[in-house]
Design a protein around this ligand. Structure first.
Ligand code: ASP
Length: 440
């Protein structure tokens, strides 16, 4: 059996980090499929290589010089090759990158070069076979991962020995390089683990796994040792940043567990993500949330009797190519919650259109909403969970503006004023964790 390891940007930020990575890979002969991100930040004020590549592309688009950003990129790769004493002509690869920029290569192509170059370096360091993602990871016409990828990649990874497959990109059917969304090397890692039939997908980062709450909001949150695919999906979507929110799909379908580990502390337990967990004494999997949502509120008398009203509201939103988060409703009201990023200032415009086409009695735009998800497998079929959650918020003096519970029953979402966000997260966390257990 083999292990697929993905190393994040901070795990590959400089030569000493690369050496840690090599030691981790060499420590277990089953670690045969290695997926690198591009070099990340070496310190707080540093810039990720991927961000510098986007800068270069933008500079060219605006016809201004990109020499400074390119110089920073080149220096980092030259440094890496020198310090690691590699038999690799990095200058030549950088020359190609400059030529690609000059010929006006696409933004995805340019952004993918961070992983491409890091893949070349890591393959040289680990004496591994380099596998080109653009040849083996395929997107379909809708920009989704084409399942043919598993066969293509599976064939390429079929031999003995070690392989390095750069993260973050593949190609569309016509061969054009295309990236996943930001942080997408996590997805490549999952795709590789599945294609290689790995027994575990190790995701190496710079923290010892997931914490039950954001440590910037809650002090010393409890580490999570085990969590399910469903829980991590909800938590990462709502803001827990350790793992890309789409990255568990490829492995979940075939039941490969994910293990989040710390490159800087390889012996730390980390977090295991799998199909089930026994929520013995931990009803709560975690609390995550973020500010930056707006609610579109629509009221119309006897809405409950109108057939297709909700559908038509959502059609207006879809016609603007906007995706929504939640649609809490009452007998005469429906609200649609949209992230501000997605809404991009078009809230009033949408409501105008809804007024024109659907003739509601009242509409209101309610910005400044923060959403908080309280997630846990142990929450379904348990009496008292909601009571505990809402008493905690009431005791903290937080006004709950909206409530939504997913049908999966592992998730209760509350919407609060952005200014109450941190207070609310702390109140929820402590309500479930103060006695060290949560409801049983
Ligand atoms: N380098 C890419 C990014 O910064 C992808 C990744 O690191 O996962 O988004």
């Amino acid at each position: 059996m083999s292990i697929t390891c993905k190393f994040g940007g901070s795990s590959l930020a400089d030569a000493s980090q690369f050496q840690k990575v090599a030691a981790i890979v060499n420590a277990d002969p089953e670690r045969r499929f290695i997926v690198p991100s591009a070099p990340g930040k070496r310190h707080d004020d540093d810039t990720k290589i991927t961000d510098l590549l986007y800068l270069c592309h933008e500079a060219i688009r605006q016809r201004v010089t990109y020499d400074e950003a390119f110089g920073l990129i080149a220096d980092r790769y030259i440094d890496l090759a020198q310090w690691l004493d590699l038999d690799l002509d990095v200058e030549d690869l950088l020359g190609h990158l400059r030529a690609d920029l000059e010929r006006g290569a696409s933004v995805d192509y340019v952004a993918s070069r961070g992983e491409y170059l890091n893949g070349k370096i890591l393959a040289a360091l680990l004496e591994a076979v380099y596998v080109e993602p653009a040849e083996h990871i395929r997107f379909d016409a809708d920009g989704r991962l084409d399942p043919v990828t598993y066969e293509l990649l599976g064939n390429a990874l079929d031999g003995e020995g070690r392989y390095v497959i750069p993260g973050f990109y593949g190609a569309s059917a016509d061969g054009e390089v295309k990236t996943f969304s930001r942080g997408g090397s996590d997805i490549t890692g999952a795709v590789v683990a599945r294609a290689a039939g790995a027994k575990v997908y190790e995701n190496w980062t710079d923290v010892s796994g997931l914490l039950m709450a954001d440590p910037r909001v809650v002090s010393n949150p409890r580490p999570v040792e085990e969590i399910t695919y469903r829980e991590i999906r909800e938590l990462s979507y709502m803001g827990a940043s350790v793992f890309h929110d789409e990255a568990m799909f490829p492995v979940r379908e075939v039941g490969i567990p994910i293990h989040i580990k710390n490159t800087n502390d390889p012996d730390a337990k980390g977090t295991r993500i799998q199909k089930t967990r026994i929520p013995k004494d931990h009803a709560l999997g975690g609390v995550a949330g973020r500010p930056g949502f707006t609610m579109l509120f629509i009221e119309k008398a006897l809405m409950n009797q109108l057939k297709g009203f909700g559908r038509r509201v959502l059609e207006v939103i879809a016609a603007h190519d906007i995706s929504y988060e939640h649609t809490p409703s009452g007998i005469d009201t429906i609200s649609v919650i949209v992230s501000d990023e997605e809404l991009a200032g078009r809230g009033a415009l949408l409501l105008e259109e809804i007024e024109r086409t659907l003739d509601p009695d009242r509409t209101e735009l309610l910005p400044g909403l923060a959403l908080i998800a309280t997630v846990g497998e142990g929450m379904s079929h348990q009496i008292g969970i909601a009571a505990k959650l809402f008493s905690a918020l009431a005791d903290a003096g937080v006004n709950v503006r909206v409530i939504d519970q997913g049908a999966s029953e592992i998730n209760i979402i509350v919407g609060v004023e952005e200014s109450d966000y941190e207070q609310a997260v702390r109140a929820i966390y402590h309500a479930f964790e103060s006695d060290g257990s949560g409801p049983r």
